[in-house]
Write a protein that binds this ligand. Structure first.
Ligand SMILES: [Zn+2]
Length: 420
């Protein structure tokens, strides 16, 4: 028999889709506690790092320059290596939400005056140098451990000499004029091409977290739809500052023109904390931070701060009801299953019901996901209607089977037999 006290201690408060203090803890149906077995569809954790891409560390907002990272040194290639090192150590693909204006080596942004503080006189020559290719090479050669996520061209929106927040939506939740939005996206792509940084990103973090779920007032089109046409299928932003939140369908996430939009929740640190020393329990699926939180004032010592984040994040993988998502695509599938797939345990049979999950757009929840099964003695697991891609056994006081499953097309239900 599994110790009830231990279970309650580890999962306090997560039993029935509870929302405590505005934090998301666990979805109803994703946990089943039986007499001899416990089954979990764990919450996936995704690391998202904002405001990557600046070369200057200066917070320039008082002189109508952007809110950059606000650190007292320049950014260097070692700051990109820190992200890749975090990913490599944990076997994950952190999202680097990236601003690209200071990567412009041809001053093409003169054509988009609303994207920078210099408008038509844009001159970025001071930031052009060999460090660009060095950082680009780190990004290119660490694709498995580094995801470049769209954040913005210049982060704010300039009209004449002055900016307002932020690049994609204003403070009242109105999207910037459609032709401006499209132009900023066109030029984001051109900047990626200047440095051979890969295809247009598949994910987006709104600058200053100003975003409307669905079309904002006066617009026929949502930003999500504009982004979807360029290949973005996932947005991560705190719902605390999202506009038209009442349209969100599933609490922790919503589907906006087929784009999965996930609540980031609250970060442990302010954007100015440099460096951060993480310790707080995560209560939602995103471990959000800003670039300075994971860097050191002396870039040669970045690894000391990265190690703190590695030591902080790794244990989440051993929790019954959590896991580190290997990348943001797996993250979306797992979050969908965690939220909508129902588990039932009848005797020795685990039943999985995907009916609600299959109401989502076809790119979500149809393939791989992870289940954790806790038993008090070794067992054999025999699936029907679903394939076990891999299984891992973690032995402690109890036995934790971590199963990576692959759905079979057109099966809305599946079972796993527990054989003793
Ligand atoms: Zn930002």
């Amino acid at each position: 028999m599994i110790s009830r006290r231990k279970f309650l201690r580890q999962t306090a408060g997560i039993t029935a889709g509870l929302t405590i203090q505005g934090n998301y803890l666990s979805a109803a149906g994703s946990v089943f506690v039986g007499k001899n077995y416990e089954v979990f569809i764990p919450i996936p954790l995704q690391v998202v790092i904002d405001d990557v891409g600046w070369w200057s560390g200066e917070d320039g907002h008082e002189k109508q320059e952007p809110y950059r990272t606000g650190i007292n040194r320049k950014h260097v290639p070692a700051d990109y290596q820190a992200i890749a090192d975090l990913g490599k150590a944990l076997g994950i693909r952190p999202q680097a939400a990236t601003i690209l204006c200071e990567w412009d080596k041809e001053n093409i942004l003169r054509d988009v005056p609303s994207s920078t503080w210099m408008g038509r006189n844009w001159d970025n020559s001071g930031w052009v140098g060999p460090w660009m290719e060095e950082a680009a090479e780190i990004i290119r050669s660490n694709q498995k451990y580094y995801e470049l996520t769209l954040h913005g061209v210049g982060h704010e929106f300039w009209e004449g000499e002055k900016f307002t927040r932020a690049e994609w939506h204003d403070r009242n939740g109105h999207m910037r004029p459609r032709e401006e939005v499209e132009k900023h996206l066109d030029y984001y792509e051109k900047l990626l091409r200047q440095h051979n940084l890969g295809l247009f990103p598949k994910s987006f973090v709104p600058a200053a977290f100003l975003h409307s779920f669905g079309p904002s007032e006066g617009n026929a089109t949502s930003l999500a739809l504009i982004l979807k046409r360029r290949g973005v299928d996932y947005i991560n932003t705190p719902f605390g500052s999202i506009f038209n939140k009442e349209r969100v369908q599933y609490g922790i996430f919503g589907i906006d023109d087929d784009v999965m939009t996930v609540d980031r929740g609250r970060d442990e640190f302010s954007w100015m904390t440099f460096p951060g020393d993480p310790s707080k329990e995560l209560t939602g699926p995103t471990c959000g931070m800003h670039w300075p939180n994971m860097l050191h004032p002396d870039p040669l010592r970045n690894s000391e701060v990265v190690k703190k984040w590695i030591d902080y994040l790794r244990p989440f993988n051993d929790k019954q009801n959590m896991m580190l998502a290997p990348d943001s695509v797996y993250f979306q599938h797992q979050l969908a299953h965690h939220t909508l797939t129902k588990i039932n345990l009848k005797g020795n049979i685990i039943e999985l019901d995907f009916s609600a999950t299959d109401n989502l757009p076809a790119n979500i929840g149809r393939k791989e996901f992870t289940v954790k099964i806790i038993t008090c003695k070794p067992v054999k697991l025999k699936p029907a209607g679903i394939k076990i891609l891999s299984r891992e056994l973690k032995k402690g006081k109890e036995f934790m089977y971590v199963l990576k499953l692959m759905r079979k097309p057109d099966k809305s239900k599946a079972i796993i037999n527990i054989l003793t």
